[in-house]
Design a protein around this ligand. Structure first.
Ligand code: ADP
Ligand code: MG
Length: 301
């Protein structure tokens, strides 16, 4: 649905985007992760057609997005600063959105009101708390019935309960409508339970882009109780990391968990207990990108 090729953007000689390549499939929930200053907001302003590339291309449904009204009408965008948003009360904002978005669903707006009981829809959005302002932004974005929702650090400033609530409303809605979502964060952990694709942006480049299914089947974390010293891992599986507490070893290996376990337990003197442990996204990326020593640790924390 989104194809970005060699996107370059400079600000007064400084390259904020340095040849970004990115692919987002229809229906994906794509996490754009990178440290502050990596270029996430700049990239997002290109995806939303607000900024004109210096070089390279941004296509949505095969068309260049810059100043493309047709595409923008099918896209909802919650920017990192919501300044533009703080003009009026929620009802008036809703009417404004209804005028802007051809597919705006007013019925859906009132139906969703029960999810936002703390919002006084007649109060100027500017006077609501920051968390409430974000809620209103999410609420209106979903009612636009967009094909694509773009969220720039959307849950910054929200408490954990509110985050969970917003995400559950959001994810249910996007799953139902097969909406594509791009969400940025400086913290991979924040996107752990939300995304099915992750791209990592650093110094203006996407350095790795993966689907979670691709990642999760590829690296395994196995716990082995081994009475006779270090467990032997069959050579087919590259050991990325091994640590132990007494006789219990934790190994991270490249390969599918079922295959690894089958291979470890195949021999006659096989270890007593073998457990497959879940890997966090963080661990997966650290090992995927070359292990603990690599600078990726600073990138995704
Ligand atoms: P992120 O959202 O990942 O924190 P940004 O895209 O906001 O990163 O910024 C990337 C880099 O580009 C930063 O060094 C920032 O200072 C610079 N930058 C962003 N927007 C502008 C601008 N309008 N003018 C000059 N420099 C900018
Ligand atoms: Mg930003």
């Amino acid at each position: 649905m989104i194809q970005i090729n060699n996107l370059i953007k400079e600000f007064e000689g400084f390259r904020a985007l340095d040849g970004v390549d990115m692919t987002v499939k229809k229906g994906a929930v794509y996490g754009l992760v990178g440290p502050n200053g990596a270029g996430k907001s700049t990239l997002i302003r290109h995806i939303t057609g607000v900024m004109r590339p210096d070089a390279g291309e941004v296509f949505i449904n095969g068309e260049p997005v810059y100043e493309n009204a047709k595409i923008k009408g099918k896209m909802a965008y919650i920017p990192d600063d919501m300044f533009y948003f703080l003009q009026s009360d929620t009802i008036n904002m809703m009417k404004y959105y209804k005028g802007m978005y051809p597919d705006f669903d007013e019925k859906h707006f009132y139906k969703m009101q029960e999810f936002f009981p703390s919002i006084d829809v007649r109060r100027n959005v500017r006077k609501l708390s920051k968390g409430m302002q974000k809620q209103v932004a999410f609420w209106l974005a979903l009612c636009c019935r967009p094909e694509l929702i773009v969220l720039d650090e959307p849950v910054d400033g929200l408490d954990p309960v509110m985050r969970r609530q917003i995400w559950s409303i959001m994810l249910e809605d996007v799953a139902e409508n097969n909406t594509t979502v791009i969400v940025s964060s400086h913290n991979l952990r924040e996107l752990e339970d939300v995304c099915d694709h992750v791209g990592i942006l650093n110094h203006g480049k996407i350095i790795i882009e993966r689907s979670l299914t691709e990642l999760q089947g590829n690296i395994s974390k196995i716990q082995i109780a081994c009475p006779c010293g270090m467990p032997k891992i069959p050579q087919d599986f590259k050991v990325l990391h091994m640590s132990n507490i007494g006789r219990v070893y934790t190994v991270i290996v490249r390969g599918n968990p079922q295959d690894v376990v089958a291979a470890i337990t195949a021999g006659e003197d096989s270890p007593q207990v073998v457990d497959v442990l879940p890997l966090t996204l963080e661990e997966i990326f650290i090992y995927e990108m070359g292990g603990e020593d690599y600078e990726v640790k600073d990138i995704i924390y």
